[in-house]
Design a protein around this ligand. Structure first.
Ligand SMILES: [Mn+2]
Length: 399
């Protein structure tokens, strides 16, 4: 069986108030072309389909159109799970229309597919967190763990009355669910899993919303050691294998650069060839970057205007950083954006005044109270009051 693994489409996402929907339309056309050319049997989209829980009509239309093309009138099966950006119920709402197109949508860890026809194929068995499919004469068991928020995780674990069970941490609970459902794996079937989780040690970028404030919802890679031939993951936007040699689990990454921290590498989808009882083979198919994000560093406003003139016909997004010793006026900013509307932001970089050794020595001599008094006078242009200084002294913990 040949599988295409993609994730983190983030349909409807904006970058610094600029819509990316046209780029998304094009990149998904590319992914559909890869699926066709490679004659893929099964497509997995591992979460973060939309960028937020209330997607625009245009984003929804793009998803439906894309899934329909990927399903190819039921010739292919498409499995979609929710990520932390998706609303699980919303994602599953089109289920009544989906099955005959070969599309299975799963929102929560305890969501289940329906047995029976899916496009031209069949779901032989299904329960919470797993399904057995018959795709063109091959049988495959897919464990499905859509984004497990702590609440959804506890719901999936069912009635936990035991205090000890409740005390288990996130990673242990995810491990427990995976190990439970992995009992469905059989030697005569292809055995894979799909989830949207953050595995410890993964390399992050600036466009993933942390799964939880403080980033507590991480899973130890060892918990994924469940006998799957391949685990298709979503959440991290850089394509990567998880940091565990025993487990064949990959993040496909997002198909587009969604932040400037994603400039230094290519985006891709994975094609996996897998048979029952054999090791899965993986191929990385690179995606074309039609509109890269760039950072332009310019020495002064004139050089910045020059840079925009030179690049105005190139299809790129640009962050503009301008070395300057004065604030940039609104009219200058307007001028720049007129030349190159795809400037994402303009940041003035004020040069640090170099301090000579003598000045540094003098600074060392001063205590924090004196330094604060000088700083205050420089900023406010007046002497701080005695009360104010007393308050600062108290906070600073000095005599
Ligand atoms: Mn994401």
């Amino acid at each position: 069986m040949r599988i295409l693994h993609t994730s983190d489409w983030h349909l409807g996402k904006y970058l610094e108030n600029q819509s990316r929907i046209e780029e998304q339309e094009k990149i998904i056309e590319d992914i559909i072309r890869v699926a066709d050319e490679k004659e893929v049997d099964l497509v997995i989209i591992a979460g973060d389909i939309y960028d937020n829980s209330n997607p625009s009509a245009r984003a929804e239309k793009l998803l439906y159109k894309s899934l329909k093309s990927l399903g190819k009138a039921g010739e292919r099966v498409v499995v979609v799970i929710a990520g932390n950006h998706d609303n699980p119920e919303r994602l599953m709402a089109s289920t009544p229309l989906a099955y005959e197109h070969g599309i299975i949508l799963l929102g929560s860890p305890n969501s289940r597919a329906s047995k029976g026809r899916v496009g031209k194929h069949e779901i032989l068995d299904a329960g919470e967190g797993y399904m057995e499919l018959k795709v063109n004469d091959e049988k495959i068991i897919i464990l499905t763990l859509p984004y497990p928020s702590e609440q959804r995780l506890n719901e999936a674990l069912g009635d936990i009355s035991d205090e000890k069970e409740l005390q288990k941490n996130y990673s242990e609970k995810v491990g427990q669910i995976l190990s439970n459902i992995s009992k469905k794996f059989r030697p005569d079937t292809i055995n894979i899993a799909v989830s949207h989780i953050f595995v410890l040690g993964g390399e992050t970028s600036d466009s993933e919303r942390p799964l939880q404030v403080g980033g507590g919802l991480t899973v130890d890679g060892n918990k994924l050691s469940i006998g799957a031939q391949y685990i298709a993951l979503g959440h991290l936007h850089k394509p990567q294998r998880i940091n565990n040699k025993e487990v064949k689990a990959y993040y496909s990454g997002s198909p587009l650069q969604y932040s400037k921290s994603e400039i230094g590498y290519s985006k891709c989808v994975y094609i996996i060839d897998v048979k029952a009882g054999e090791e899965a083979k993986l191929e990385e198919v690179l995606l074309k970057n039609r509109k890269p994000i760039e950072i332009w560093r310019c020495d002064g406003i004139d050089e910045a205007i020059d840079m925009c003139e030179k690049n105005k016909d190139r299809d790129v997004w640009a962050y503009l950083e301008i070395k300057t010793d004065e604030a940039l006026g609104q009219s200058k900013i307007k001028d720049i954006k007129k030349i190159k509307p795809d400037i994402l932001s303009i940041t003035p970089i004020f040069e640090e005044v170099e301090k000579d050794d003598e000045e540094l020595e003098a600074l060392k001599e001063k205590n924090i109270i004196e330094l604060f008094r000088e700083f205050y006078m420089k900023e406010k242009k007046i002497e701080p009051t005695e009360e104010f200084m007393a308050l600062f002294t108290e906070i600073a913990g000095e005599e």
